[in-house]
Ligand binder design. Structure first.
Ligand code: GTR
Length: 353
């Protein structure tokens, strides 16, 4: 994981203290990765709760369809980047007005704000468009010199994870944010990137893997649901080329995903699955959380505290949390409610002397 480029800078493009009917302050910030006028950049959207003074905890995570998709709020700048046509309101790979709020069910902005949390997000395609040739226009190419890594030394998942750390760089400068209480979250492929970012960057105080599946929380050597071969065939750009050596031999992997999760220790980690999302292997995600536990124990922490798969919608765990809910591959209000409660519990504990 490369460090931040020396010339990185932030520009607040817009601030509205009376957003969402007065509930929030909305800030939109451009992170320019170099000093150049035409520097590669990412657009950050931040909502801060108005009813709380002082630094607040935050949830941070990348989105799939542009910042305008997370809430119908008309003040959100529309993404002008390449976006997959399979996303709602996207035509000819560009966002249209119909994409405003199209992902709102995945981002319960008001619930987070009312609970005193800020929300910060950016479009993952700002780092690298998610298709096999996306690296050519993404940061793996445009920042190759600054980051000192050839495009084939890392993958798109790495580029997205790198962007999460750059959001953290910004949050450290934002007075209204308690940068020691930033929870990093991600769904599916962005969940794979979130656990990787969380493992690399200890500034994230808490990490959430939402149905991150193969290459994320799920154990690869179970070879259940999506396999390494399928992952690398459908998405050849996500991981570094060496991963393909294990396409036919997952049992030869010298490591597995529980060790990735363990790198997040002793920070709180939440893993969750959906019953109908067998492609992501709920059992493999659960076992990964179980077997990250011994490393938490080295720090005197209890991980999950159980090796028994819990019943549907019965969250378990201590410093590692886990739930499986009904339904399909997605993130919904039930998931967020558990993540929020988990973050509140751990951040409150931290606040005590
Ligand atoms: C699937 C892929 C999964 C997961 C998912 C998603 O097509 O096979 O690994 O990443 O996409 O991101 O929604």
């Amino acid at each position: 994981m490369p460090d931040k480029p020396a010339g990185m800078r932030f520009k607040v493009r817009n601030e509205n203290k009376n957003a969402l009917g007065g509930l929030a302050t909305r800030k939109q910030i451009t992170i320019y990765f170099t000093q150049a006028v035409d520097a590669p950049s990412m657009e950050v959207l931040l909502y801060l709760p108005n009813h709380v003074s002082g630094p607040v905890p935050a949830f941070a995570g990348l989105n799939f369809s542009g910042n305008q998709s997370v809430h119908p709020d008309k003040g959100i700048f529309m993404s002008d980047r390449w976006i997959n046509n399979n996303q709602k309101g996207i035509q000819r790979n560009r966002a249209t007005e119909a994409s405003r709020g199209s992902q709102a069910s995945r981002w319960p902005v008001e619930t987070l704000l009312k609970n005193g949390f800020a929300l910060v997000t950016a479009y993952y395609g700002d780092l690298e468009p998610d298709h096999a040739d996306g690296w050519q226009t993404g940061i793996r190419t445009s920042l190759q010199q600054e980051l000192n890594l050839a495009p084939d030394q890392w993958g798109a998942i790495g580029a997205w994870a790198w962007g999460m750390s750059r959001i953290m760089d910004y949050l450290e400068t934002e007075k209204r944010i308690n940068s020691k209480q930033v929870a990093l979250t991600g769904l599916s492929r962005i969940g794979k990137a979130a656990v990787w970012a969380g493992a690399n960057d200890a500034r994230f105080a808490l990490v959430v893997s939402n149905e991150s599946g193969e290459g994320g929380a799920a154990l690869a050597r179970r070879n259940y649901g999506e396999t390494i071969a399928q992952l690398n065939r459908s998405f050849p750009h996500w991981f570094s080329p060496a991963y393909k050596n294990y396409n036919q031999a997952p049992d030869k992997l010298p490591v597995d995903q529980h060790q990735l999760l363990a790198l997040i220790a002793p920070r709180p980690l939440y893993v969750c699955s959906a019953a109908e999302d067998q492609w992501a292997d709920p059992q493999g995600e659960f076992l990964s959380a179980v077997h990250a536990g011994p490393v938490y124990q080295l720090y005197g922490k209890t991980g999950l505290g159980t090796a028994q798969m819990p019943a549907i919608e019965k969250p378990v765990g201590e410093t590692i949390g886990y739930h499986i809910r009904t339904g399909k591959h997605d993130i919904n209000l039930y998931d967020w409610q558990q993540h929020l409660a988990f973050a509140q519990k751990h951040f409150r504990k931290k606040a005590k002397p």
